[in-house]
Design a protein around this ligand. Sequence first.
Ligand code: ADE
Ligand code: ZN
Length: 326
Amino acid sequence: MTPSEYIKKVPKAELHLHIEGSFEPELMFEIAQRNKIEIPYESIEELKKAYQFGNLQDFLDIYYAGANVLIHEQDFYDLTMDYFKQCAKENVVHAEIMFDPQTHTKRGVEFSTVINGIQRAREEAEKQFGISSLLIMSYLRHLSEDDAFETLQQSLPYKHLIKAVGLDSSEKGNPPSKFQKVFEESIKEGYIPVAHAGEEGPAEYIYEALDLLKIVRIDHGNNGLSDPKLVERLVEEKIGLTVCPLSNTALRNVDQINNHPLKKMLDLGLKVTVNSDDPAYFGGYITENYLSCIDALDLSLKNVKQLVRNSFEYSFLSDKKKEEFI
Ligand code: ADE
Ligand code: ZN
């Protein structure tokens, strides 16, 4: 069997997916219409043409604008269900889904509206497709730590539905140290800490995420490669890295997929996984991410098997559940 044939069929897990980043233009137009909200694009095609990014911030501006049409619980349900339907097609059997409450609460949408819609879809996906999932509540790092504290408070009635906390949005100039106290408090509440680090920011931010936020998994982490001591530590401490190849090229962190460091990371013994990040914006869901790397980096079947195995091993599933898949 070729690596490409294998990856299309094999049960796999996705560990880095922003639910707001799975918002396909078709659904965005549909929801905008029913909520009577204007989108500044004439058509789906015109909107898609705007998906050309020079860096992370270019993308985030469009991503937050897109999320503006999400108002009602049903909108969050539809958004999440769309993603699960794609998971079912690609044999993603477990998904660890990030959501950004502040993107919505800042616009006057209640925390409960967001989480109830997402939760209903999770239950439906488990029932209909047998897909397991868990939630990572991500703090927006361009906002203040006080704001993140407020979000933490809002989340507490729903603590049983949320597994982990994350840190996303504009990385440069917003180091992990800015959120040390809110992560400390989040851990006390029982949330597992993760953070985006080393996507656009320096290796120093990865050290901060590890040492100050006590994170157990890194989202992206590519820029850690510039520091051999850090690489050694990430290998030694078995820190999972949720790498997103098509995101990295779309946001110009890597100039072209042939130059993506995924294979190098694997060869160094880093605990890498492949993920889609914001698939509606970056040109492909998880399988497409794998296929692009298989093609461009000449990944072997052994490499791909390792990546799939990592996707379960570095998930937040219980050890017993992991055993079912590994
Ligand atoms: N929010 C959604 N996608 C993101 C990414 N790739 N980096 C940081 N924040 C994000
Ligand atoms: Zn991300």
